[in-house]
Design a binder for this molecule. Sequence first.
Ligand SMILES: *Cc1c(COP(=O)(O)O)cnc(C)c1O
Length: 391
Amino acid sequence: MKVPFLDFVGPYEELKPELDEAWSRFMRSAWYILGREVEAFEEEYAAYCGARYCVGVGNGLEALHLILRAYGIGAGDEVIVPSNTYIATWLAVSYAGATPVPVEPDSRTFNLDPSRIEAALTPRTKALMPVHLYGQPADMDPLLELARRHGLKVIEDNAQAQGARYKGRRTGALGDAAGNSFYPGKNLGAYGDAGAVTTNDAELADRVRTLRNYGSKKKYYNECKGYNSRLDELQAALLRVKLRHLDAWNQRRAAVAARYQAALPAGLTLPWVPEWAEPVWHLYVVRHPQRDRLQQALNDRGIGTLIHYPVPPHLSGAYAGPQWPRGAFPVAEQLADTVLSLPMGPHLREEQVEQVLCATRQALEEIGVKFCGQSASCQGAPAASALAGSS
Ligand SMILES: *Cc1c(COP(=O)(O)O)cnc(C)c1O
């Protein structure tokens, strides 16, 4: 039995009647762009996050980009971003014409380290862009305090953390504005590209609403050079269904994470959760110095894993250059070399979780980690040699 990294069929099977109903409602509506479904989703998702406003846009990258544009952040401005993130965080800043200024994360939480930010500020700094990476909220209070002192905007990259809580409050409404992604693999995933801006700032919401639709509020009257970045009616209709199940599905992820935390063998560095964080386990990321060999050994046993992310943005083709040689951001580089994401999702079955645990133990033993007094062969599971040829 193989364990896929992420199951996309399970969600559809579980919600088929509701999704099919939404689909036919959409088809019968004969209205495809900016209609009732988008409006309803915007209201429902804003309420879910505890934000006053939500504006549906084309994807998560554009959500972040439009926030920056709406705040007038552009050429000559700097925005603090994590040195370890999906490259979209940096690209949003670049698209706005501003400069991403990377700051290293706390290597235990993978999130922006507030104590390192002050040193990166200049008179050009306009905003902080914390990412709630892997579904765990960043430490927002020190960031908000620092932003207040320096007159900076705080823009959350909430692409990976729909439903997470920081000190009891939902992400997506903690700063000035948040970019949300509903890319299919995210915790609230659409059936195509989709995104949203959430905010308590009425003026910002209004500007993003105009920017997403060719800079126009009234058809054919264009106030500014806007974009075409609208959330589809169809995606909104499907997202409304999935939003109703998000909390329950996040709880299932948390149960998988709890089992991993309790039972993964020593020799791996496991995720660390500060007491004020309620993560939603978008990804379950372990670390090991021989990550590539571990990944291969797990693959040999039918366990799907991924690396988030193998190349930090400053070493990627998009940003590489003399400004940021290898070694410029050692924490991000070390994470990129050692992180491994294990199977995680609301449709991972209990026996699959046990299989991951067993295979991980065997894989670690294969690459030379010894377990004192314990055998690597798991009860009721085939031994490594029996599995090796069958993957
Ligand atoms: C997925 C993701 C994005 C971009 O979202 P898209 O909808 O793919 O454009 C931005 N930031 C982070 C951290 C992400 O994981």
